[in-house]
Design a protein around this ligand. Structure first.
Ligand SMILES: *Cc1c(COP(=O)(O)O)cnc(C)c1O
Length: 357
């Protein structure tokens, strides 16, 4: 793939002083972005890196009206050895294509996506904060651009990658979150799009999130659509429960997003000799586990925060506190292991990281 370069003048590429800059998640962007277009005649074509800027869309672009779009979220890290690393990029790229297929979006050549990410990240590598915990968030997105109000798969698409430096999630130490079980709303249903990263899922989750926030909870714990009995995810993270002698996470039923961090925790648990199970977990089992002390710890997993300890669950308007609202030992251990690998401090025995330079 031949990427055309239209670069910002050198003097306008200077990264901010990250030591003294606040980085609220996804609000500051690097000087460049990657674009590539799709038409039926030419397929994916015109890969290019251009100055970060607004984009033009037809007012009837299908993405605006019918949400034909998919995205990914991954990160580039400056390691303690000064090398730039990606964490499991091929898993993210393959998931992007699985999401695309579900939304009738033409697949991308995985090698081209990798090359696009690599070229863009290295071009703007001064924008990767060097602090442990901080990183460069990578957001690839594909969206339907054909201008028509007819409901059908678009004939044209744009693939775009933007980069946002992000600060350490836990700069002031671990802060367990309080989560609210919603029985009113659901995130995803069997046969729906819950297992892919597409915009509509997140738009549909905002209302429940707002209700939870008003009640003083920062995330929603989602139950299954059919019986409202089994735990599925927390916010936009996968969820784990550490019961006496067993680490459990909901099995992938088709309405749960198969997280890369989730998979990493499952692999690490096996290595640590902790019995880890993907299975059905009812909300009753969780609440009973808290009441009897059988549930020791709980945490969410996702690229943005890596591991988020859960300190309290509100179910049927009643709060239940886990591990005295403190971060558990195992939760902390997974955080340290995964970030250790991401920042090149710990041996990467699973071959998860890819060094770019
Ligand atoms: C992205 C995402 C996750 C986490 O996936 P990672 O690959 O670990 O970042 C979990 N749930 C939902 C709904 C998501 O969108």
């Amino acid at each position: 793939m031949e990427i055309e370069l239209n670069l910002v003048p050198e003097e306008k590429r200077k990264a901010p002083d990250f030591e003294n800059t606040k980085l609220p998640f996804g609000t500051i962007f690097t000087p460049h972005m990657f674009l590539m277009d799709y038409t039926i005649d030419e397929g994916w074509h015109s890969p290019r890196i251009v100055p970060f800027s607004e984009i033009n869309l037809h007012p009837a672009a299908i993405v605006l009206h019918y949400s034909q779009t998919v995205f990914e979220g991954m990160k580039a890290y400056y390691g303690v050895d000064g090398k730039v690393r990606l964490f499991r990029p091929w898993d993210h790229i393959n998931r992007l294509n699985r999401s695309a297929d579900r939304l009738c979006i033409p697949k991308l050549n995985p090698d081209d996506v990798f090359e696009a990410i690599k070229t863009l990240v290295l071009l703007d590598k001064d924008w990767i904060p060097r602090k442990k915990g901080a990183a460069l968030y990578i957001r690839p997105i594909i969206f339907a651009t054909e201008g028509t109000l007819g409901l059908k798969p678009s004939k044209t698409y744009t693939f775009m990658i933007i980069l946002a430096p992000v600060g350490a999630y836990y700069a002031e130490g671990f802060n367990p979150v309080k989560i609210y079980v919603t029985e009113e709303y659901i995130r995803a249903c069997p046969g729906g799009t819950g297992d892919v990263k597409t915009g509509g899922n997140y738009a549909a989750s905002l209302k429940a999130q707002q209700v939870a926030c008003k009640k003083g909870y920062s995330q929603v714990l989602w139950l299954d659509a059919k019986e409202k009995k089994y735990v599925e995810e927390v916010g936009s993270m996968n969820i784990f429960f550490y019961f006496e002698n067993e680490l459990a996470t909901p099995e992938l039923t088709g309405s749960i997003l198969p997280g890369v961090t989730r998979d990493s925790v499952l692999h690490l648990a096996k290595k640590l000799g902790i019995p880890a199970k993907e299975r059905k977990i009812s909300i009753e089992e969780v609440i009973e586990g808290i009441e009897t002390g059988r549930l020791k710890e709980s945490f969410g997993t996702g690229t943005a925060a890596v591991i988020t300890p859960v300190g309290e669950i509100c179910y049927k308007e009643k709060p239940y506190v886990i591990n005295n609202g403190q971060t558990g030992e195992l939760t902390k251990k997974f955080f340290d292991l995964i970030t250790g690998i991401q920042y090149g401090e710990k041996e990467d025995e699973f071959g998860w990281t890819v060094v770019l330079e």
